[in-house]
Design a binder for this molecule. Structure first.
Ligand code: AMP
Length: 295
């Protein structure tokens, strides 16, 4: 695996690869890698000749500075994981390679401004007004900003994203469509621990007690999925609220059952359109999200 830090060097390298007629697959990440990330590399290897993984903790998608500062950075361990997954190129740029000082200043100035759109040229409509978009103002603008920059740099034929970040996938798909980018977005299933907890870089920040308690997230989602034919959406939402009220360590941020395409909450089950149950919870210092596709 080659490790590249500069955009210029990556450009030069990938230009040669494309001249050879090879296809490039891309998996953008923020590092602190686990088997969920590995599944993206494995899928990319099956479908493309050369796999590029980026590790970049993107400052513009954090609306909480302490979350950005505390985000785990484990580059040496990440390199070991990527090598054994068969990744060809790790792109690990400094912030200054990706953003101008002016772009960073703008983000800093507008940290608290919920309506700020970072001069975006795409409109996500209602996709980013719900769930994570509503709870983390500016988050998806920051995600779209960095992913569009990375797409321009790497120019992959396919890019691989996890269904774990379901709303992110919808936003990226919408961006690619609106900007008419020649990139196929491939969704990869959620990889879970043996007790069902969705793997996440943030899991390593949980205390032992919290780690035990967060099993409740997937347990609850599984009960919802198993029982949707027997209950109304209101019943299921009540059930989830009660389950988390009983937990001393986990606070429920939201639980929504939404249309898989529009991401808008549905009023009743209609199996002619796919629906997904999405959840976000807050622990003392860690926020976790998860989802299950209902049908
Ligand atoms: P992150 O490093 O958390 O920004 O995630 C980078 C990519 O890995 C995103 O496309 C995520 O959706 C994906 N990902 C993270 N966790 C998982 C998981 N448990 N299973 C599958 N994909 C994941």
């Amino acid at each position: 695996m080659i490790i590249i830090h500069s955009v210029e060097k990556l450009n030069g390298y990938l230009t040669e690869i494309r001249k050879e007629g090879k296809t490039v697959g891309f998996a953008p990440t923020m590092g602190a890698l686990h088997q969920g990330h590995v599944s993206l590399i494995t899928a990319a290897k099956k479908q493309c000749d050369i796999v590029v993984c980026s590790i970049f903790v993107n400052p513009t998608q954090f609306n909480d500075l302490s979350d950005l500062e505390k985000y785990p950075r484990t580059i040496d361990a990440d390199c070991v994981i990527l090598r054994s997954a068969g990744c060809d190129i790790l792109f690990a740029p400094e912030v200054s390679e990706i953003y101008t000082a002016h772009e960073l200043e703008l983000k800093q100035q507008h940290m608290e401004d919920k309506s700020w759109t970072m001069g975006k040229t795409v409109d996500f409509g209602l996709l980013d007004k719900v769930m994570e978009g509503a709870h983390r103002p500016g988050h998806f603008n920051g995600v779209a900003q960095v992913v569009s920059k990375l797409f321009r740099i790497v120019q992959p034929v396919k890019a691989f994203f996890g269904q774990k970040d379901f709303q992110q996938l919808s936003v990226i798909r919408s961006m690619v469509k609106q900007l008419d980018l020649p990139i196929e977005i491939i969704a990869c299933p959620i990889v879970r621990e043996t007790d069902g907890l969705a793997m996440s870089s943030r899991n390593r920040r949980l205390s032992a007690e919290e780690r035990d308690e967060v099993k409740l997230i997937y347990q609850t989602l599984s009960i919802v999925k198993e029982n949707y034919q027997l209950a109304t959406i209101a019943d299921l939402k009540k059930l989830v609220e009660v389950a988390f009220k009983l937990s001393a360590l986990i606070k429920l941020d939201y639980f929504e059952i939404v249309d898989s395409e529009t991401l808008q909450p549905i009023a009743a089950f209609d199996t002619s359109r796919s629906a997904v149950a999405c959840i976000a919870v807050q622990l003392q210092t860690v926020r976790l999200i998860d989802n299950v596709i209902m049908y």
